[in-house]
Write a protein that binds this ligand. Structure first.
Ligand SMILES: O=C(O)CCC(=O)C(=O)O
Ligand SMILES: [Fe+2]
Length: 369
């Protein structure tokens, strides 16, 4: 049993990071164990491009089953060019190989949205560890970046820059490289959202009115090999967007792990050029818990460098959402959420708590790990 598990008489709980508040997920052990997933299903996405609605509905059925029963699936044959994925991985490796001072020019603590560089051990999703053994770089929706072609004048709340881009001549390659990836992932995500709508028995374009200028992030992450079981690449957590697509670099030994209902951490091995898709808290919320926001973590134990490039998708910052009508229970009281407020609240707790320290300690910036 790891330090994050506690056992009462018959019940076992796994602690995880739920956007700054500590979450506890009950898992079933011993006689209480029940049939659950032991692998992440693979879904062939080719039908997403079919002109025939029946094909897309058939795909949606498979996707819906995975969202209800696992909360995770591999998207294979997704149509995003493999060359784009390979090139982005090369750029991400090249960026993280730069000297720390070049990366620290765009330290994420300089911006309200925590865009830019996150140094080693600055994240700490599992309080029993010394911090997440990873470094990262975050960019996202920003109407002032011309690459996004967003109408700044119609989006006053997005009229000040959010992203930070490194200006050092050795680092300027990174911006166009990440934008190529961002644009491809956004296009695919919009199609996937249509499939999610069909999977929820809604019209395919149901979410269009709340995803005109969606909240999106690419987080490039570098996990060095960890040599101690006490370390973690990223502590157990759920994501707080709608859904996440993860491209992970090849490692022999799987590093991403997903918690099943019986408390088993199911490894998610590398599948060349596939996306690992996971449902996040917001989709769980609008489906009244019908879809799973599954707890996951990364432990990079195999001795290799690992890189990943999650793409996070949420609706418009100025949209308001609640439980979908067909998932609301008679007589239930459902709160309505401002998407932007909900997201920012969780982001601040997520990125600041550890650095400011419950003890009021100073920000510890580690140049190495
Ligand atoms: O690196 C990975 O595979 C997953 C990262 C992750 O879970 C996250 O950034 O939320
Ligand atoms: Fe995650």
């Amino acid at each position: 049993m790891s330090s994050t598990e506690t056992e009462t008489q018959e019940e076992t709980y796994v602690s995880y990071h739920d956007g700054g508040v500590f979450g506890k997920r009950r898992v079933l052990t011993g006689k209480a164990a029940k049939p659950t997933f032991n692998a992440v299903p693979k879904i062939d996405m080719r039908r997403i491009y079919s002109d025939n609605l029946d094909d897309r509905k058939e795909l949606a059925k498979e996707v819906g089953d995975a969202c209800r029963n696992v909360g995770f699936f591999y998207a294979v044959n997704h149509g995003v060019e493999e060359q784009i994925l390979d090139d982005t991985f090369s750029a991400v490796k090249r960026f993280f190989d730069l000297p720390t001072e070049v990366k620290m020019e765009v330290h994420n603590q300089k911006t309200e949205k925590f865009r830019g560089y996150e140094a080693f051990l600055e994240g700490k999703l599992d309080p029993s560890t010394r911090g997440d053994l990873k470094e990262g770089f975050l960019m996202g929706e920003d109407a002032t970046d011309p690459e996004q072609k967003l109408p700044v004048r119609d989006l006053p709340f997005m009229s000040t820059p959010r992203n930070q881009w490194p200006s050092h001549p050795t680092a300027t390659f990174f911006r166009p490289a990440l934008y190529t990836y961002y644009t491809a992932m956004l296009t695919f995500s919009r199609r996937l959202l249509g499939i999610f709508a069909l999977a929820l028995d809604l019209p395919e374009h149901h979410f269009d009115t709340i995803t005109r200028h969606p909240m999106t992030n690419v987080r490039a992450v570098h996990y060095p090999p960890q040599h101690s079981d006490a370390d973690v690449g990223i502590g157990a957590h759920t994501d707080f967007c709608w859904f996440t697509l993860v491209c992970q670099s090849r490692t022999e030994y799987p590093a991403l792990e997903v918690l099943n209902a019986n408390g088993i951490w199911v490894p998610v091995s590398h599948e060349p050029h596939s996306f690992v898709v996971n449902i996040a808290d917001f989709l769980k919320l609008v489906t009244g818990g019908e879809w799973m926001s599954t707890v996951h973590r990364v432990r990079n134990m195999g001795g290799e460098e690992r890189y990943s490039m999650p793409f996070f998708f949420s609706p418009d910052e100025d949209a308001r959402v609640s439980v979908l009508e067909r998932y609301s229970k008679k007589g239930g009281m459902y709160e309505e959420f401002g998407v932007g407020e909900y997201f920012q609240k969780r982001l601040v707790v997520d990125r600041r708590t550890h650095l400011e320290g419950a003890e009021g300690g100073e920000v510890k910036r580690s140049a190495g790990y």
